[in-house]
Design a protein around this ligand. Structure first.
Ligand code: S3P
Length: 170
């Protein structure tokens, strides 16, 4: 498949910049942007915190799978995935059919400073650096299945989005 037909999928832990960079890349390239968390919220008519609290994580993952299966049918889009989507083989299988998967990385301290007090992210809210570090290590094998890796700890969103555009040759 030609590069201009492939989707660019942004994966990575919470707070690594998937949504922020996805939006900028979409603006710069004119490609459509999808955020799977937004899609899940739209489908459930609830925000992520409410979905976890009322319906539970298992239900969230079920809807997330449904949304990823739908969004991965597109070509040439920018897709930001929820940070835990990579744990499910079905999601990776669907996405890898026609996408370049870019994993965004950041260290635990940076992640906490960005989203550690975000009430809307139930899986990280209030966690210590050690706990986030442990979660990062548990998820590392899944994140490492990506095609490309970009560390977002230091550079600006503008520079990082440009870097991803160049790396993906879009
Ligand atoms: C999750 C990440 C969140 C959201 C949900 C679960 C995870 O998305 O999908 O709270 O398991 O890492 P972001 O990575 O966009 O915060």
């Amino acid at each position: 498949m030609e590069n201009n037909e492939k989707n660019i999928v942004l994966t990575g832990f919470m707070g690594t910049g998937k949504t922020t960079l996805g939006r900028i890349i979409s603006e710069k390239t004119g490609r459509s942007f999808f955020d799977t968390d937004d899609m899940v919220e739209g489908y459930c008519h609830m925000n992520i915190r409410e979905i976890f609290a009322i319906c539970g994580e298992e239900y969230f993952r079920e809807v997330e799978r449904k949304m990823i299966s739908q969004v991965s049918m597109n070509n040439g889009c920018i897709i930001a995935c929820g940070g835990g989507a990579v744990k499910y083989k079905e999601n990776m299988d669907a996405l890898s059919r026609n996408s370049t998967i870019v994993c965004l990385k950041a260290d635990a301290k940076t992640i906490i400073s960005r989203v550690g007090d975000d009430y809307g992210r139930p899986l990280i809210f209030g966690l210590s650096v050690n706990k986030v570090q442990k979660l990062l290590e548990e998820r590392e094998p899944y994140y490492n299945m990506a095609d490309l890796f970009v560390d977002t700890s230091c550079d600006t969103p503008e520079a990082l989005s440009q870097k991803i555009i160049e790396l993906c040759s879009i």
